[in-house]
Design a protein around this ligand. Structure first.
Ligand code: PEP
Length: 255
């Protein structure tokens, strides 16, 4: 029997790995996590770069390992050099896409309106979406954390008709904790997750069923404390997802 919010442990590989390296990492994970994947008590997902998506999706086919893209465009086809549509991603047998990652927002200038268009296009194509929200250090220091993440969440979810609660997973990723080794404390993360869950409810979305992941320097030595929090339903992991043993220990969190 699975809980209403089955823990999701997701690895965001960012711009790392040739196809050979990606396959070797997935082979390692499939071997190391065989029992965990078969049990189905936790959902495990990897998000390789676009160039390795096809190969990784083929290797993961027939297992319960989920595969995600790290981004998509909102149009289905057309003269959009360099872009990839949700249909192209779904065509690979890939089930999810990460949207609104702070690196997309900050480095590539994606705004809430663009992310909303991408979200709708991805959902229309049947992809599950991991939607990232998070504040900068200056916003946190200014006491604006909840207002910022609620604003990003509202822009993405307000008025959205979801067929199933698991179509969207939120990921709270404080920008000051991503790739910095500086992790939010379990209490800091829980406070924002509880606020986000209340916000999701006010938006008329299925707050009790929607998963909210924490992301930002999640490692084997801090995952247990984070996962013990009532409103933390999983982790979005960058650096530590590139090593089989580290990511496997995160999947095997003890809470
Ligand atoms: C991320 O990129 O989503 C992330 C959380 O990275 P890291 O775990 O390396 O901080």
């Amino acid at each position: 029997m699975t809980t209403p919010r089955r823990p999701l442990l997701a690895g965001n590989w960012k711009m790392h790995g040739t196809r050979a390296e990606a396959l070797s990492l997935v082979e390692g994970l499939l071997g190391r996590l065989q029992g965990q994947l078969a049990s189905g008590t936790r959902e495990v997902l990897v998000a390789p770069p676009f160039t390795a998506l096809d190969a990784v999706a083929r290797l993961a086919a027939g297992t319960s390992l989920r595969v995600a893209a790290q981004n998509c465009f909102h149009e289905a086809r057309g003269a959009y050099t360099g872009e990839i549509s949700p249909a192209m991603i779904a065509d690979l047998g890939v089930s999810h896409v990460i949207l609104g990652h702070s690196e997309r927002r900050e480095i590539f200038g994606e705004d809430d309106a663009q992310i909303r268009r991408k979200l709708e296009a991805a959902l229309a194509q049947g992809l599950g979406v991991i939607l990232c929200v998070g504040e900068t250090l200056a916003q946190r220091d200014g006491g604006h954390t909840v207002a910022v993440v609620e604003g990003q969440t509202r822009a993405a979810l307000e008025g959205l008709a979801l067929a199933r609660p698991d179509q969207v997973t939120l990921a709270y990723e404080p920008i000051w904790a991503i790739g910095t080794g500086r992790v939010a404390s379990p209490a800091q993360a829980q406070e924002v997750h509880a606020a986000l869950r209340a916000c999701v409810g006010r938006l008329g979305q299925p707050a009790k069923q929607m998963r909210i992941l924490y992301g930002g320097s999640v490692k084997p030595d801090n995952v247990d404390g984070l996962m013990a929090q009532a409103d933390i339903d999983g982790a979005l992991v960058g650096g530590a997802s590139l090593e089989v043993e580290a990511f496997a220990r995160i999947v095997e969190f003890e809470a």
